[in-house]
Design a protein. Structure first.
Length: 215
C-alpha cells in the first residue's frame, strides 16, 4: 500500500488519525451542547441548533476563542475535564517510531487550535515524537483551503511526489489531491466509539500496522 523507499515525508492529521477522535466527539457533540443548554436554560435540541445549525466559517469552527466568545463558557476547562479520553490510535506511536528509524520526516498538519494541541500534547508528548507541528492558525487557513497547502509547502518544502498524507477528513484529502499530493490515505475508524466510516474514493487503513515499513 505504501512503497516506503519512495517516501521522504509523512504528513499526519492529528485528531482522528494519530489520536482517537472520541475525545473531540464527546466534547463537541455531547458536553458543550449540554453545558450551553444548561447555561441558557434551553433544551439540548435548541442548544444544538444554536451552536451548529447556522453559518460558520471552518476557520472559526476550529477556534477555541470563537467558541468561548459565542457561548460565554470556558471551553478550555471543558477540554481539561475530558483529558482522560485523549489517546493514540492503535499503533500510531509505533509507526512514528519506525519512520524516525528510517530517517523519514514526520509532520503534523492539524486544524486544531494551538491551545487544543497543547492540552493533547500534555498527555501524548507528540512534540517529542514528531519532527514539527503546524496548526491551521499558523497559516490563517484550514486544510480544506488550498491556501493552507501553498503556505505549508512554502514553509516545509516537501516533495509532492515523495510525501504521504494521512487524514480522516475526505474533504481535506480532496483539497490535498487538488494541490498535487499523490500519496493519500484515509482512516477507516477515526473514532473508536463509532463504526467504521463508509468506503471513500481514497485508499484507507483501519490500523497503522497495515503500513508498517517493517514488522
Amino acid at each position: 500500500m505504501v512503497h516506503w523507499p519512495n517516501i521522504d515525508t509523512v504528513i499526519f492529521d492529528m485528531d482522528g488519525t494519530l489520536l482517537d477522535l472520541n475525545y473531540d466527539s464527546t466534547l463537541w457533540n455531547s458536553l458543550l451542547p449540554k453545558r450551553f443548554a444548561s447555561a441558557r436554560g434551553i433544551s439540548d435540541t435548541t442548544a444544538w441548533k444554536l451552536l451548529y445549525e447556522r453559518p460558520i466559517s471552518k476557520f472559526d469552527f476550529y477556534s477555541i476563542d470563537y467558541w468561548q466568545d459565542f457561548t460565554n463558557l470556558d471551553i478550555v476547562s471543558m477540554h481539561m475535564e475530558l483529558i482522560h479520553l485523549i489517546r493514540y490510535r492503535t499503533n500510531a506511536k509505533r509507526l512514528i517510531s519506525q519512520l524516525r528509524t528510517l530517517g523519514i520526516r514526520s509532520v503534523i498538519a492539524t486544524n486544531a487550535h494551538p491551545k487544543v494541541f497543547e492540552i493533547k500534547n500534555q498527555v501524548t508528548l507528540l512534540d517529542k515524537l514528531i519532527d514539527t507541528v503546524y496548526c491551521a492558525r499558523d497559516f490563517s487557513a484550514t486544510k480544506e483551503d488550498l491556501k493552507f497547502w501553498f503556505r505549508l509547502k512554502n514553509t516545509e518544502k516537501f516533495d509532492l511526489e515523495r510525501t504521504l498524507f494521512i487524514d480522516d477528513n475526505i474533504e481535506v484529502l480532496d483539497t490535498a489531491r487538488r494541490f498535487g499530493l499523490l500519496n493519500l490515505l484515509a482512516i477507516e475508524q477515526p473514532d473508536s466509539s463509532k463504526p467504521n466510516l463508509k468506503k471513500s474514493r481514497f485508499k484507507s487503513i483501519g490500523n497503522f500496522s497495515q503500513i508498517f515499513p517493517h514488522d
